[in-house]
Design a protein around this ligand. Structure first.
Ligand code: NAP
Ligand code: 3JN
Length: 350
């Protein structure tokens, strides 16, 4: 049942991998909704979606789709955010955007509520949701930074295909089937859908996510570097990233090395800080072979951290392994948590 006292929400990209998770998560968290407008391109317009026992018809997005909308959750791709965000804001909606279109705009807060919820007060109509790989890393780094100070971060990611959308999930399944059945398969999506060159992802690992930039890092790697500094409010923090695609359907993993300001920190000190951190579940019992894995993180809200160990040469250096559901905390859930924070802080009216 929709709630008359709730908010009019719109979801742009409602039929995509992220959009579907947004709809599920809104229902699961009983988000106060008086009206739900579901938007896609003309391709999926007319699709019926069940929400809280009601059938909602997906509509083709046009500027007037945002008339009367209080909060608009965008996940249709950057160019569509650029096109529709001004239309939505002009009509009085607050846009929470899941794309990279506005993330580095100094006028736009880039928010992970556990880290920098207070930045929502500065919004001018658009709030950006960070990249999935950034979110799970900063949720872990923030309590460490607060307790011990951070000097340097080096991350290598192991990213699931669902991060590249519904078509990439299908490609992994079709390709794995074809290879197991000795059939031909021509890759067409990964590493980057819009590029000419594509590689096999089933039974393979691709060290490229998004396009290359001039400095040799990919755009995905630059997003992690720049977004981490912005969210943590640490422009001087040293960050390097290598982003890699794996044949896993959902759940991003990260091997993260940090160097702390404080010299005398132990593994136990880090565990104590993380065990109390919001949105983090510590899974770190090597003697019992307990550590995070993507298959176990799917469908869960938290960021899972384990394999914490001190570097053998650098006393203030620590290694850890961070896993989260990239479609939930990495995208849909964080977007909805931002909307919940806006309500909690009295920053949105209905
Ligand atoms: P997807 O599975 O390919 O879905 C794309 C969605 O966008 C579909 O609903 C599609 O509608 C819709 N769309 C495409 N063109 C549109 C248009 N002209 N007008 C309105 N809707 C349109 O992709 P996804 O994985 O859900 O990701 C979508 C976007 O979310 C990505 O491009 C990215 O910017 C962002 N994203 C962010 C993160 C993160 O790290 N936070 C993670 C993943 C994705 P049709 O069904 O009609 O085609
Ligand atoms: O590939 C992944 O695992 C995450 C991908 C996110 C993504 C995919 C297409 C476009 C993004 C993003 O959110 O950074 C974008 C984008 O730049 O908007």
């Amino acid at each position: 049942m929709l709630n008359k006292q709730g908010y009019h929400l719109a979801v742009l990209g409602a039929t995509g991998a992220v959009g579907k998770q947004i709809i599920k998560t809104l229902e699961k968290r009983n988000f106060p909704i008086s009206q739900l407008t579901l938007l896609s391109s003309a391709r999926s317009a007319g699709t019926k979606v069940n929400f809280k026992g009601e059938s909602i018809t997906v509509q083709e997005a046009v500027p007037d789709s945002f008339e009367g909308v209080d909060i608009a959750l965008f996940s249709a791709g950057g160019s569509w955010s650029q096109k529709f965000a001004p239309d939505a804001v002009k009509r009085g909606a607050i846009v929470v955007d899941n794309t990279s279109a506005f993330r580095m705009n100094p006028e736009v807060p880039l928010v992970v509520p556990e880290v920098n919820e207070d930045k929502l007060h500065d919004h001018k109509g658009i709030i950006a949701n960070p990249n999935c790989s950034t979110i799970q890393m900063v949720a872990t780094l923030e309590p460490i930074q607060k307790a011990f100070g951070l000097k340097k971060v080096i991350v290598s990611t192991y990213q699931a295909v669902s991060g590249a959308g519904s078509a990439a999930i299908q490609e992994l399944k079709d390709q794995a089937n074809a290879i197991l059945n000795n059939q031909e398969y021509t890759p067409s999506i990964l590493p980057v859908g819009s590029e000419d060159k594509h590689y096999q992802i089933a039974f393979n690992v691709i060290p490229q996510i998004d396009v290359f930039t001039e400095n040799g890092f990919t755009f995905e790697e630059m997003k992690m570097i720049n977004e981490t500094k912005k969210i943590m409010g640490m422009p001087e923090l040293k960050v390097a990233a290598t982003c890699v695609r794996l044949p896993v359907e959902t759940g991003h993993s990260e091997s993260v090395y940090v160097e702390l300001d404080q010299e005398d920190v132990t593994v136990e000190d880090l565990r104590k800080v993380l065990i109390d951190a919001p949105g983090i579940t510590l899974q770190d019992q090597p003697e019992e072979q307990i550590y995070p894995m993507p298959a176990m993180a799917v469908g869960k809200d938290d960021v899972f951290v384990g394999r914490i160990r001190q570097d053998l040469d650098e006393k203030s250096g620590f290694h850890m392994w961070i896993v989260s559901d990239n479609l939930l905390k990495g995208a849909a859930l964080n977007t909805i948590q931002i909307a919940e924070s806006l309500i909690k802080l009295g920053l949105v009216s209905n």
